[in-house]
Design a protein around this ligand. Sequence first.
Ligand code: B12
Ligand code: SF4
Ligand code: SF4
Length: 347
Amino acid sequence: MRKVVKIAEEIGFDLVGITGAELMKGAFEKYKGWVKEGRAGQMAYLEKDVGRRRGVAQIMPEAQSVICLAVNYCRQDKGGREAKPDKSVGQIARYAYGQDYHKILEKMLKKLTRELREKFPENQFKTYVDTGAVLEKAYAEQAGLGEIGENTTLITPKFGSFVFLAEVITDLKLKPTKPDLPPLCGRCQVCVGVCPTRALVGPNELDARRCISYLTIEHKGAIPEELRPLMGDWLYGCDVCQEICPQNMGWAKAAPKDEAHAPFTVKIGGDWQILEEILRLKTDEEFKEKFAKSPIKRTGRERLIRNACVVAGNVGAVELLPLLQELAHDKSELIQEHAQWAINRLN
Ligand code: B12
Ligand code: SF4
Ligand code: SF4
């Protein structure tokens, strides 16, 4: 077991924990209920094969252990956020400052499984980061990486909640880790109170349909009008319920810069995007060129412009009115409608 942890740490994973293949009782039932209530919104992939999330044995019937991994994405050098530019801007969630974590973590996972296969040639190893049918936070909590807080994120003692999660599922029987964690979520409920759209409908209860992260990244089509004014200046993602959490304060927890973390500190999305530059993205090619290596590419050009219109309306960007007038005649109906909404709000 020590050997596995050491290999993963050497590759650059900040936290490594091991748990059995069985998922903690209650977690799958909670997930099923959440989907049934419609809280997943348009994220059809979460509704598909719900049963696969019952536990990793659904993915690998011989599974014995799950190696749970976390990588911190904080940047300590600027003491938090970069200075806000002197122009109308939209905020980018911290996780999208640099390169797309899926790609980076996949590379790290490949390295890890290569080494594991050399050491244990008889065994199977299957890796996941984000997109698979694995309840990643529940497994991470089980493996002792941290505690799921009332803002529904996994909080770790060393890095707060600003971590990405990944796992290796294996038929290798490994001794579970059981660190003695201090209580992490103080149940103060500050996160629930500050959520701008009231998406945290209760402690550890998130209705994705109201969450700015969902609305700006995952939601296709028009953003519900009643939620637009509440979205403030969030152009892509949202960190409000994490920024406020005492476990993320102080920045003392940020990881040192090293090779493994460098991709997250290379500025692509940055902390702020200038709205005018987004609204002037004329073609999908221009959009792709700008965001090819960033997780922001997920939204595509049309939806990012949609988000920028909402932000322009919310931040009072009156200097963008002529540009918004042009977009109100765009060939995309989605852009047209959101540009018109912004114009009405600015007027
Ligand atoms: C769908 C999804 C979203 C949705 C829904 C988020 C949510 N809270 O459910 C949206 C688009 C809103 C979203 C937003 C974000 N996401 Co997201 N998202 C996911 C994804 C793909 C699935 C999560 C899921 O299944 N949600 C459904 C709910 C019901 O499940 P759950 O939250 O996991 O809850 C389970 C456990 O917590 C446990 N549990 C909770 N309470 C209890 C109580 C009891 C008694 C028991 C037994 C069990 C239990 O059981 C629950 C059900 O199984 C995961 C990756 C993955 N495969 O897991 C990433 C993931 C959760 N997201 C991640 C990130 C980074 C984000 C954002 C921070 C991005 C941003 N800045 O905009 C925000 C955070 C918003 C927030 N407050 O959660 C990271 C979280 C890392 C962390 N430290 O927790 C993950 C793990 C991706 C990754 N691989 O790193 N996300
Ligand atoms: S990410 Fe933003 S909108 Fe979503 S629950 Fe947290 S504070 Fe609310
Ligand atoms: S803000 Fe308070 S209740 Fe919310 S996750 Fe952090 S410690 Fe828990």
